[in-house]
Design a protein around this ligand. Sequence first.
Ligand code: PMP
Length: 355
Amino acid sequence: MSRFWSAVVHGLTPYVPGEQPKIDNLVKLNTNEHPYGPSPRALEAIRSATNDSLRLYPDPNADALKAALAQRHGVQPTQIFVGNGSDEVLAHAFMALLDHERPLWFPDITYSFYPVYCGLYGVAHKTIPLTEDYAIRADDYLPQGHDKAGAIIFPNPNAPTGCLLPLAEIERIVAGNPDAVVLVDEAYVDFGGESAIALVNQYPNLLVVHTFSKSRSLAGLRVGFAVGHPALIEGLERVKNSFNSYPLDRLALAGAVASVEDEDYFQDSCRKVIATREQLVADLATLGFEVLPSAANFIFTRHPQHDAATLAAALRQRAIIVRHFKLARIDQFLRITIGTDAQCAVLVAALKEIL
Ligand code: PMP
């Protein structure tokens, strides 16, 4: 604490990022990174961009990346906003698009950055409980008389549960709240979900946020983007240009464009993660674990006879890191990132020993 802090800083409850240990031989299944490296074409593009041009500012409009993303997703470049990781894209959305008269609605439980941004940007929020099955229910997000959302945000698939809301249900939420911006955070959608980008041309209140950190295996490069109506994008650009006009550096721009252009690598590496997830779910089921249906690159699981914190500690002793959650409304769960087949085999063998 410092007496020089502003009242806002005194009031913050910052997000605590997942552990990034320095030790190489750990099986690191705690922060939902992709187990395989980025596209070799992305790495080559980053290497080639490492030259004298780094003395020059990057393109403030990220035109090449917007063009590549627009083509990939069948929209116009004016419908795309890019930022330094999707956390930063979300921060711009909180600043540019949220109604301060009425609260932001989001699920309980969900990505824990949302309440942190509410604290930072002074946005009131209301949390909507998940169903008994840990799912998001579209009906719970429709206006109930005078009780209307100022805006709505949720990840799809949700984090940390991995549960997917079908596109038709998302459309009910978006269509049912024409006066509220609906932010769909699709950080994990490429591992089995259907993207709501398909709906952006129909609904001017829909903003879909993506990241290069998961399915494109570029968490270290910090690239995210949003797709929506040009008017929403213009709002985000206004905030960006009042804050940091060069959010993506030259290396990030080069790597991100090359990654988008390497569709085959992207598809193959996501398919591999999905196949490994299905195998891991089956292996855990034979050990007596209950696993929530996951469309993400992680699973949310618990064992009826074993405490999640104790299991996580026992795995840690065997150099395997997973996350455990003990939340007010939820039983104890482990969240396990899908690693390589070999890493998941090590995990299953360790759990067999521990149980
Ligand atoms: N949304 C969700 C649901 C996430 O889990 C994460 C990663 N922790 C992010 C957004 C942020 O990802 P990034 O800033 O790396 O793009």
